[in-house]
Design a binder for this molecule. Structure first.
Ligand code: ACO
Length: 334
């Protein structure tokens, strides 16, 4: 416990991403299910997605993204106090994937735990990490968003399998100067929406049996239109809240980083917030929806492309299963 840090602001000081090598295009999918490149592109904005190799698991993707983020930050693995892995698809039900990632990184002074908030896990992880640093309990926190959603996608169900991809993104949080870093957060859940986006098999409600496998209960089940409607509403609510909490207007936002679920959802959110397209990061065409990984991958892309500079006001906003939704407002600190 480091009391001297009490009240310290935290900010992102390094970002990284990792996408598996193998690519599955819409044209490849045309050969697997009754779909078309044209349908997928016009309804979702997706052209292709990355697919993890058979011998790659969640901790492998996490490790690669984390290594890049740590290198950018200049913080050594042994200086980390906490590692949060946001995912719905850990390597195992237990132990926590974060503990495995900590071991592989050599983060021998860190606690590692997994955080399950579906597509909102990275935004939730930033909020938890920031809270720990502000309280003085921790100094350096690594937050990872990672999913191998293609492992739980039903490639006989065209309603869902075309939407998802695999990938990981990571951010290192550390104390920054006052006025920089994480300025405001918003998080909310409503379990009444739980049934609309769910992997029904494998937990304690429906433990894995031959029957649950035969009924395809271990795959993603989704009511696309319910998710769509609620996603637009939730992402706008969360974004407006953090902008207002920090005393800004959407005109002040330099970069909007929305969860990449569907180009039409992102467009609707952007327009409702009155943020121009050129200030919005969109990479869904090449990555599809990687759930908790979309926002950190976008942040890493924005840094690599020179779209982010110190002092920029960055708005993240997300929505996912639960339903759980949230946003962060960040004054970029490097
Ligand atoms: N290829 C061809 N046709 C398809 C496909 C496909 N891959 N998928 C569905 N269709 C058909 C449907 O069967 C339907 O046909 P019908 O009219 O003969 O019944 C028709 O296309 C229209 O279906 P809709 O569901 O009305 O299509 P919609 O425009 O709503 O788009 C979509 C569907 C893309 C799933 C959309 O609702 C959506 O993006 N919802 C959000 C879901 C989401 O993003 N989930 C990800 C996880 S949660 C998150 O990250 C926020």
């Amino acid at each position: 416990m480091q009391k001297s840090l009490m009240g310290t602001h935290s900010g992102i000081v390094g970002v990284g991403s990792y996408l598996p090598e193998k690519i599955l295009t819409n044209f490849d999918l045309e050969k697997i299910v009754d779909t078309s490149d044209e349908w997928i592109r016009t309804r979702t904005g997706i052209e292709e997605r990355h697919i993890a190799a058979d011998d790659e698991a969640t901790s492998d993707l996490s490790y690669n993204a984390a290594k890049e983020a740590l290198e950018m930050s200049g913080i050594k693995p042994e200086e980390l106090d906490m590692i949060i892995v946001g995912t719905v698809g850990p390597d195992y039900a237990f132990p926590a994937t974060a503990a495995l990632v900590a071991h592989r990184l050599g983060a021998k002074n860190a606690v590692g735990f997994d955080l399950e908030a579906a597509c909102a896990a990275f935004v939730t992880g930033l909020t938890v990490g920031d809270g720990m640093i502000r309280s003085g309990l921790m100094k350096n926190v690594l937050v990872i968003g990672v999913e191998l959603l293609t492992r739980i996608s039903d490639f006989t169900d065209r309603n869902t399998c075309v939407l998802f991809g695999d990938g990981a993104g990571a951010a290192v949080l550390a104390p920054v100067a006052e006025g920089e870093g994480l300025l405001a957060h918003f998080l909310k859940s409503n379990g009444a929406g739980g049934e609309f986006l769910i992997q029904p098999g494998g937990g304690t409600r429906n433990p894995a049996t031959r029957e649950t496998v035969e009924k395809r209960m271990h795959y993603v089940h989704m009511d696309g239109q319910e998710v769509y409607k609620n996603a637009v509403r939730g992402m706008v609510e969360a974004a407006k809240s953090v902008i207002e909490q920090a005393g800004y207007t959407s005109n002040d936002v330099d970069l909007l980083v929305p969860h990449q679920a569907n180009i039409r959802i992102m467009e609707a959110v952007r327009k409702r917030l009155k943020i121009p397209a050129e200030k919005t990061v969109i990479n869904i065409a090449k990555m599809a929806n990687t759930s908790s990984a979309t926002i950190p991958i976008c942040l890493a892309d924005a840094v690599k492309e020179g779209r982010l500079k110190k002092g920029d006001l960055v708005l993240t906003t997300t929505f996912g299963a639960g339903f759980t939704w949230g946003a962060n407002l960040i004054r970029w600190s490097f």
